[in-house]
Design a protein around this ligand. Sequence first.
Ligand SMILES: [Zn+2]
Length: 88
Amino acid sequence: MRRSDPFKCIRCGERASSPVRTWTLTSPFPDREGRLTVTVMGSFVCSSCGATWNAVIKKIKVGEAAGEERAERGEPYVITIDLEELKE
Ligand SMILES: [Zn+2]
């Protein structure tokens, strides 16, 4: 099953404004370049039909190589997960 928008309701297609809960999954092994992939998951409840679902919100590569790439693009080195504040 392929879904492009994690915020979209699986039943009616309504868009959730924000996940009710988020958590992260970290891959146990780094990739070839020594980076770890952190997957940010979200739990959603549709305000329209009440359906609940979990979806991958984003994947973040964490590691030295990724840090250098970000620095080259002028992005901050520190990775901030803004959804973190929604955690209880
Ligand atoms: Zn819905």
